[in-house]
Design a protein. Structure first.
Lengths: 490, 354
């Protein structure tokens, strides 16, 4: 297949929501610039606070966590991803139960977002540190490199790409959240998503979503430009040590571990407390299993369809890189707003109905909402790192599929597993996009949302817990098998 | 390892193919199917949807397909985008504010000849359905009411403070203890805003809204979040429905929840059904309209939706009969502009708070 044809196809796919919206809505000139600026600056302030705290905490804690066995810490940090995927109502209930008087306003929003994103930030930065910086620690110790030199010469150059990726992910998450600023924020904190909501539902200005989509692409472009600027001096570790043997944990490292456990206890403890309370209150015969089993099967199929699409996308990007075609700009076309993608795909897929069309509609949408962001977070950097291997593959005339199976897959299998886990969790807990895009079948995210919107909060907690357990099983199974596989050196 | 991956992939691929092609022969048969937009709670296993579907399909040779509606405004906007996309006949779950705000976005059929409701509650008729302002509106020709409830503040028996009016909500003892809903995103939230707007002169209403901010525990984006906070004991009062305590009584055998009666009256929320002008199976949809007003359907809606039926006879000798007699506020005709004006006032007040 011609690489450029593939690139054009991807371009059309990623631009499709915008093209559809442009044809559906007439753009008006009465764009409420003043309100937009206020909401935009609020979104920026909220996002900056959250990003700063998450990055600071993660980067300070991570070097100490590196004193412990990575396998164990990685397992602990996987639990820290829970707040990112569970319904925000659960986060609110957990948070509110710790406060006599919740600090609504900027502090409340920041706190809620920090609880949601801290685990993700810690998880990603720890993985990057263990992979890139930790193997160099014995050398650093030998040469007695000072603290600031360590940061300037080693940590920053090696981790900056990961730090920027975490920043981008949290920024987009904060900027496209509606429920958190609405509940935790008070009135002053109108953010961009709320501004869009008000424009659509109060003023009936639907054309605003076209502006929003365009502006989102501009932010992402800016992010990418900053990213490129900061990465202009590339450091490629030619042969980093593959294995890292931690030293005996220092006392302060134990403190770092306690901090991580406190965070996990804060969220997971709160969640499990609510689940426990729900199990005590709800009897087995009240569990409403009929809809759940149907929703579960539908979501399982949706996950498979989404996996297939994300897999195709990864292979396509790899192929483009294999053929030396630049495609980085595709990351600028991420569309994290469920309203934007939902409305566009509602229009696009209105030609028919049925489960097959629905699966296509949702999975294509989910790839736009989450797939590309996950690829950016977990695979963009390994893809860049493989550049040398591409060159070698060309010299030895290794075919693309051989390269894919023998070089690419062994290098990224753990990242793929993590991406797959997050993607599955998104598929199983997503409901707002499904509502906007209009679906006829029932999916688990919708099911849990229905439970909590009809007095059945306890059922919501129980089913979320059951889902988490169920999804953990294949994850543990696959992690076990992948850890048994041979490691291929960088 | 490779064998494992191949076997797992094959297993899922087969499962996927079986499932995807299972309904290939089942095409949309427009002559025998009625497609209805309804809320998620309405069509859930525990909602009235499945039982209504079963009872209706038993009576007729028609099939019902429920489509989940996220939000009436969003749903009607989607219907409005392009009439070719309309793959539905009926829309359930529109309240009186939805009718004002969004009903002009799509064309509705005149269904006034199909109102066959039995006896409606006299007080409900007086306050709303036969109120001269409602009769003057065009809504009665295009929408049929099928359930209702008064909006009220709900408390647990342990909260002993006496609250009988909007002014009592400003009592310092319940400072930061009331779980409200955001009127921009929630229907009960909008009900409360318009309740305040009609209960005081404009300047006093604005001042009241400023003061009530201090009493609010939070303004949740949805009823479910507000009720969740209340159930989780984060708030002492929640803005909900007079029927909420009945849910706890029937489902949880808990009689400690109470809806507060206000001497000046409580606002009513009535849910309507409308027939889309571009309906695919209009004849079948009209049959459903008659059915939803029948004693059987009204009974199902009451028992599963925890809302009061329009037919007063359905309530007799049920737990719903124990709901005290509340005073209702009369129907008030608002324009879309008035609603938007109050939403903007509320937004402005909130911008200066928290």
């Amino acid at each position: 297949m011609k690489a450029k044809f593939l690139l054009s196809f991807l371009l059309i796919y990623f631009f499709s929501p915008l093209l559809i919206l442009f044809t559906q809505f007439k753009l008006t000139t009465d764009f409420p610039v003043k309100n937009y600026i206020v909401s935009f600056s609020n979104s920026i302030i909220q996002s900056v606070i959250v990003v700063c705290f998450c990055l600071l905490f993660s980067t300070v804690i991570t070097p100490f966590l590196a004193d412990f066995k990575p396998k164990k810490v990685k397992k602990i940090l996987q639990i820290a991803l829970l707040p990112l995927v569970l319904p925000s109502l659960f986060t609110f209930l957990i948070l509110f139960s710790y406060f006599q008087q919740f600090p609504f306003g900027l502090l409340g929003i920041s706190l809620t977002f920090v609880v949601i994103y801290l685990g993700f930030s810690l998880h990603l930065i720890y993985h990057a540190y263990i992979e890139k910086v930790a193997p160099l620690l014995p050398i650093i110790k030998t040469y007695n490199i000072g603290f600031f030199q360590h940061i300037r010469l080693i940590d920053w150059p090696l981790l900056r790409e990961d730090l920027i990726q975490v920043t981008q992910f949290i920024f987009l998450g904060c900027m496209t959240s509606l429920s958190v600023p609405l509940l935790a924020g008070g009135g002053k904190s109108i953010n961009l998503e709320l501004f869009v909501f008000e424009s659509i539902f109060i003023d009936g200005n639907w054309a605003i979503i076209v502006y929003l989509a365009v502006l989102q692409i501009i932010y992402l472009y800016l992010f990418q430009s900053i990213f490129k600027f900061l990465s202009r001096k590339k450091i490629i570790l030619s042969e980093p040590a593959r294995y890292f043997h931690p030293v005996k944990p220092r006392k302060i490292s134990n403190f770092a571990l306690v901090m991580v456990f406190s965070y996990l206890f804060f969220y997971c403890g709160g969640f499990l407390y609510q689940v426990g309370k729900a199990f005590i209150k709800i009897k087995t015969d009240q569990l409403l299993l009929l809809d759940f089993s149907q929703a579960f099967l539908n979501t399982l199929l949706l996950s498979i369809a989404t996996f297939v699409l994300v897999g195709l996308l990864i292979v396509s990007l790899l192929y483009l890189q294999f053929k030396n075609v630049k495609y980085d700009w595709i990351y600028n076309l991420m569309l994290p707003s469920s309203v934007v993608v939902g409305i566009a795909y509602f229009v696009l897929f209105s030609f028919g109905s049925g489960f097959q069309i629905e699966l296509l509609k949702i999975s294509f949408g989910l790839v736009l909402l989450y797939g590309l962001a996950l690829i950016k977070s977990y695979l963009a950097e390994p893809l860049n790192r493989l550049q040398n291997y591409f060159n070698v593959a060309h010299i030895y005339q290794i075919g693309f599929f051989t390269f894919l199976v023998t070089i690419f897959y062994p290098q990224v299998k753990k990242s793929l597993l993590m991406m797959g886990t997050l993607l599955t969790l998104y598929c199983f807990f997503e409901f707002s996009f499904l509502k906007v895009v209009s679906v006829e079948s029932l999916y688990t995210g919708q099911y849990i949302e229905r439970l909590i919107s009809t007095y059945r909060l306890e059922h919501g907690f129980i089913y979320s817990f059951i889902l988490m357990l169920f999804l953990a099983l294949p994850y543990l199974f696959l992690s076990y098998f992948l850890s048994k596989g041979k490691n291929v050196s960088h | 390892m490779r064998q494992f991956i191949i076997s797992v992939s094959l297993f899922f691929a087969v499962l996927f193919l079986i499932y995807v092609f299972r309904d290939n022969g089942k095409s949309l048969n427009e002559a025998s199917q009625i497609r209805i937009y309804a809320s998620g709670s309405f069509i859930s296993e525990w909602g009235p949807g499945p039982e209504l579907k079963k009872a209706f399909e038993k009576k007729t040779d028609l099939k019902i397909l429920f489509l989940e509606m996220s939000d009436p405004a969003l749903t009607l906007q989607k219907l409005n985008l392009n009439s070719d996309m309309v793959r539905a006949d009926l829309v359930l779950g529109l309240d009186q504010f939805d009718l004002i705000r969004v009903s002009d976005k799509v064309k509705w059929r005149n269904i006034s000849d199909y109102i066959v409701l039995g006896q409606t509650l006299t007080s409900l008729n007086k306050a709303f359905l036969e109120h001269e302002d409602f009769l003057k509106s065009d809504f009665k020709n295009h929408f049929i009411p099928y359930d209702w409830s008064a909006i009220a503040f709900v408390k647990k028996a342990t909260t002993t403070i006496d609250i009988k009016s909007l002014e009592d909500l400003l009592n310092p003892e319940i400072k930061s203890k009331i779980a409200f809903e955001d009127p921009r995103t929630s229907s009960p939230g909008l009900q409360f805003l318009m309740w305040v707007a009609r209960s005081f002169p404009e300047d006093k209403a604005i001042s009241y809204l400023q003061k009530i901010n201090d009493q609010a525990h939070s303004f949740s984006p949805s009823w479910s979040t507000a009720y969740g906070l209340f159930k989780n004991k984060n708030a002492d009062l929640v803005l909900s429905y007079v029927t909420s305590p009945i849910y706890h009584l029937i489902e949880e055998k808990d009689s400690s929840y109470h809806a507060l009666n206000f001497a000046a009256g409580l606002p009513l929320q009535i849910e309507f059904v409308g027939l889309l002008d571009q309906c695919l199976n209009c004849e079948g949809a009209l049959k459903f309209l008659s059915f939803i007003q029948s004693h059987e359907a009204q009974q199902i809606i009451m028992n599963k939706n925890y809302m009061l039926p329009i037919d007063k006879n359905v309530v007799e000798s049920t737990a719903f009969d124990t709901i005290p007699v509340y005073n209702f506020l009369n129907y008030k005709a608002y324009t879309k502009e008035e609603i938007n004006k109050w939403l903007k006032i509320w937004s402005e007040i909130r911008k200066n708070e928290g």
